[in-house]
Design a protein around this ligand. Structure first.
Ligand SMILES: CC(C)(COP(=O)(O)OP(=O)(O)OC[C@H]1O[C@@H](n2cnc3c(N)ncnc32)[C@H](O)[C@@H]1OP(=O)(O)O)[C@@H](O)C(=O)NCCC(=O)NCCS
Length: 179
């Protein structure tokens, strides 16, 4: 039987350097980008997909933890429309998705440690994020992933459907769910 995993709100956990390290380890393991030209480039990459959400939207961040408090997964996101909020202007593909992000402004990033995937933890984190986004009165939520990626099935089963394609050669898919 798999070990029981609890989902908690990120702001409820003591913010220690160890906690940051655990979350970062999951982020970098799950990322497709594995090498960086410099430490600054690595830090900027972390800031873009993880750090700024923890800083700016801690109430929308949740952690999955084992009984001894080890972090095995996280979800972060925002309810702000990324095509309109200046802090997301570094993500090029949103310029072409403004119509869609207006309907589905909330967006999220979820990652689970390899040994804990396929146990429904990602789905539980999505449920918590969705509840928080609804409380914040977001009309819809989206994710952007690659066409044909393994996680598309996961998002589909969690209520996200394809709304648009984006990026160079349409290799990105915008999946969305009404809240
Ligand atoms: C995608 C992910 C968050 C889902 O969390 P989870 O707890 O494994 O999800 P659940 O147990 O609720 O659902 C399992 C589904 O996750 C997906 N999944 C499982 N392992 C995966 C992996 N290594 N990479 C991508 N998706 C994966 C599959 O769609 C699987 O569905 P299936 O049983 O039909 O194959 C998690 O597997 C993960 O972190 N994967 C790697 C990183 C990633 O793709 N993150 C999302 C970035 S957009």
């Amino acid at each position: 039987m798999s070990e029981p995993i609890a989902i908690c709100r990120y702001p409820d956990i003591a913010q220690t350097p160890e906690l940051a390290k655990e979350i970062d380890a999951i982020f970098f393991e799950a990322s497709n980008t594995k090498s960086f030209v410099s430490d600054d480039a690595r830090a900027a990459f972390r800031e873009r997909w993880l750090g700024r959400y923890l800083t700016h939207d801690p109430a929308l961040a949740f952690l999955a933890r084992t009984g001894d408090g080890t972090v095995v997964g996280y979800i972060v996101g925002s309810v702000d429309d990324p095509a309109k909020a200046a802090r997301f202007s570094d993500i090029g593909y949103f310029a072409d998705l403004a119509e869609q992000t207006e309907r589905f402004p909330a967006h999220l990033h979820v990652n689970i440690s390899p040994g804990f995937r396929n146990q429904g933890i990602g789905g539980r984190l999505i449920d918590r994020f969705v509840a928080a986004a609804k409380t914040a009165r977001a009309p819809g939520v989206h994710v952007v992933t690659s066409v044909g990626a393994e996680n598309v099935g996961f998002y589909n089963r969690n209520g996200f459907s394809e709304v648009a394609r984006a990026g160079k050669d349409g290799r990105l898919v915008f999946l969305a769910r009404t809240l």
